[in-house]
Write a protein that binds this ligand. Sequence first.
Ligand SMILES: C[S@@+](CC[C@H](N)C(=O)[O-])C[C@H]1O[C@@H](n2cnc3c(N)ncnc32)[C@H](O)[C@@H]1O
Length: 267
Amino acid sequence: MGEPVQLGAIQETLLIPLFGRAEDARGPHSVLADRRAVELVEAIDYDFARFRGPSLAGSVLRASIFDQYVRDFLTAHPDGTVVDLGCGLSTRFDRLDNGTAHWFDLDVPDTMALRRRFFRDGERYTMLDGSLFDSDWHDVVTARGGPIFLLSEAVLLYFPEEQVHAVLRDWVRRFPDSPVAFDTGGPAMMKTQDRNPVFRAVSARMKWTCAKPAELASLGLTLVDSRTFGTPQPAVAARWPARQRRLLRLFRWAPPVATYKLNLFRT
Ligand SMILES: C[S@@+](CC[C@H](N)C(=O)[O-])C[C@H]1O[C@@H](n2cnc3c(N)ncnc32)[C@H](O)[C@@H]1O
């Protein structure tokens, strides 16, 4: 019998990208080669087979685009600090650790209780229990000084616009001149959630619609880079299966591809 899961509605969605990465690792042309995700899926008592459809592969492509943003940051700042807000069971630290960076993974207590069954803090790796909407973690991650990269992958989308805008304003004030990466979805994506087979398997729904990430400039965020699955960074695309890459490029103007954006901002 594996580890049972007791997670709130949004928290349960972390199992989708986990399963996506495990399926990717089991396949012949793995993008992330995340063997740890396979171990976690095997260790957790959950009916992962209910997650089917293109969003599974999408979560792998998304992770690889965000990996590249973090990789670029760590190339420029090898001993910088990365903060993954709403980390779920992400294995990004294992994938990108360069031996000198400091890393914080933050998530809400029920998710962190599950995470702590499989992960341990280390000299440069710290798990934090809390909400990204609170400010308790701010002083903890700034204590070392130096550049900080804030990342929040597939989390802000689940919250109402006012709440998201308020927290983004907070980050702009508290983390000046810092890179911040998160994803945004336009109306086409939001309206089709109920038809998405992966989302039919969970109760959480995305709430925040943002068609034009550049407009977040009004909150103090300057858009530095924005990608879709049809326009990944060339170094990232090179690791995607050729057929999938060609197909996504061909359909890059189609609303489901064009309206989901993986963005890098600067405060
Ligand atoms: C779709 S999962 C994404 C997990 C991870 N970022 C990934 O890509 O694998 C959504 C995550 O948001 C987390 N979450 C929900 N509410 C949160 C909050 N207030 N603060 C931080 N994380 C939160 C959940 O626990 C869950 O891990």
